[in-house]
Design a protein. Structure first.
Ligand SMILES: Cc1ncc(COP(=O)(O)O)c(C=O)c1O
Length: 387
């Protein structure tokens, strides 16, 4: 299968068409927002074309095929048999995070997150007037681990834990031991787990374990997932929540109903159903290979030409988390180097919270040639050949 970057300029793509407005420069290579430059699987394209071919786009059902596709994907990919009634369709994982906080905690309640973290985790807690409890991840020798003493202390104060599994931006794919320990501490302290597993299909180092499959967590976990990252269809805004516990599900559903978006989008339903299929699984295998080659390419380039930039091991996702602290620049200077001198748009580590200071997040979901060009520009900028 051929993965090549598609020309996206002029399609309204945030990554390509909003770079000028956001970063006030016209000449940046966009390697930031987390979508890829690859075409969606042919099966998805065909399903969309077929649905578009019927020219009425009215209110649409989440039909049997939609639920069966999700059940199939979970059985196939994660060995998890999920009941149809556990699945609550939604229009985006961030929407579900906000809904879960609003439905299942009270104003002022503590909600724990692990920093550095995908920024909407922080905004969701704060904009819902909950108390942000930061369990800062421990970074040592190129690896992130959990500060367990702090995790237990924060769990005692928390009503909810927003788990990011795998974790964006550090790309940690939590292992079974870590997941079991987090689950047990949450259970012992009556902490609900909201597990954002949107990156769980793209794990490079081990088989992903949904925390909701663990006996300690099954009754207290909401699992949030979507085909959007995996199949590069984020613009279709189709996600879902898996909630095995009937009481939690009813409370969640009640708050969800208040939002007033009970129906599906016919195109998004068609796309999910086509993606979660044997064809989608084959496409994903090929994608993983391409991404892993990209990761190896970036690591080798940095190792040879830019050893001051140390990539954290990419355990999951199409994102790389670069430790730039040896460049000896503060966050503003780092941005100046990447944006103004190297002409690259990456996500500054500091935007993932103070714990991300000194880092940059690189999106490698693009062609090898674009990555090579980006790394060359960075090399020139670091060597000081361009002002
Ligand atoms: C961890 C994580 N959760 C959620 C999202 C966004 O999901 P959605 O577009 O479904 O709201 C992203 C996108 O980058 C993400 O990295």
């Amino acid at each position: 299968m051929l993965f090549e970057a598609i020309e996206r300029k002029g399609t309204g793509a945030i990554k390509w068409d909003d770079t000028v407005r956001r970063f006030a420069r016209e000449d940046l290579l966009p390697l930031w927002v987390a979508d890829m430059d690859f075409a969606a699987p042919v099966a998805v394209q065909e399903a969309l074309a077929q649905r578009i071919g019927h020219p009425v786009y009215g209110y649409s059902l989440y039909d049997d095929a939609f639920f069966e596709a999700i059940q199939w994907w979970y059985a196939h990919h994660f060995d998890w048999t999920i009941e149809r009634e556990w699945i609550v369709p939604d229009h985006g994982v961030v929407v579900s995070i906000n809904t879960a906080i609003a439905a299942l905690t009270d104003v002022g309640d503590g909600v724990m997150i692990q920093t550095p973290i995908y920024p909407p985790f922080m905004t969701a807690v704060e904009s819902n007037d909950r108390t942000l409890l930061e369990n800062r991840l421990h970074y040592e020798a190129g690896r992130y681990t959990i500060d367990w003493e702090d995790f237990e202390a924060k769990a005692r104060e928390a009503s909810m834990f927003l788990l990011c599994s795998p974790h964006n931006p550090t790309t940690r794919a939590w292992n079974s031991e870590e997941l079991q320990r987090m689950a047990a501490i949450c259970r012992d302290n009556d902490v609900l787990i909201v597990a954002d597993e949107i990156h769980s299909d793209v794990v490079h180092v081990r088989k992903h374990v949904p925390i909701g499959t663990l006996p300690q967590a099954r009754e207290i976990t909401l699992t949030l997932h979507a085909p959007s990252k995996t199949f590069n269809i984020a613009g279709l805004n189709q996600s879902y929540v898996i909630i095995p516990d009937p009481e939690i599900r009813a409370t969640y559903r009640k708050r969800f109903a208040q939002i007033g978006l009970p129906h599906g989008n016919p195109l998004s339903i068609a796309a999910l159903t086509a993606a979660y299929s044997p064809e989608g699984a084959v496409w994903l295998e090929a994608l993983m290979e391409y991404l892993e080659d990209n990761i190896a390419f970036v690591r080798a380039y940095l190792g040879e030409y830019l050893p001051q930039i140390v990539p954290v091991e990419t355990e999951a996702t199409f994102l790389m988390w670069l430790d730039c602290r040896a460049l000896d620049r503060d966050d503003a200077q780092l941005e100046h180097l990447f944006f103004d001198q190297a002409r690259l748009a990456l996500n500054p580590g500091i935007s993932f919270g103070q714990a991300g200071s000194g880092f940059m997040r690189l999106n490698i979901g693009t062609s090898r040639s674009l990555l090579e060009q980006a790394l060359k520009q960075l090399h020139v900028a670091v060597e000081g050949k361009r002002g």
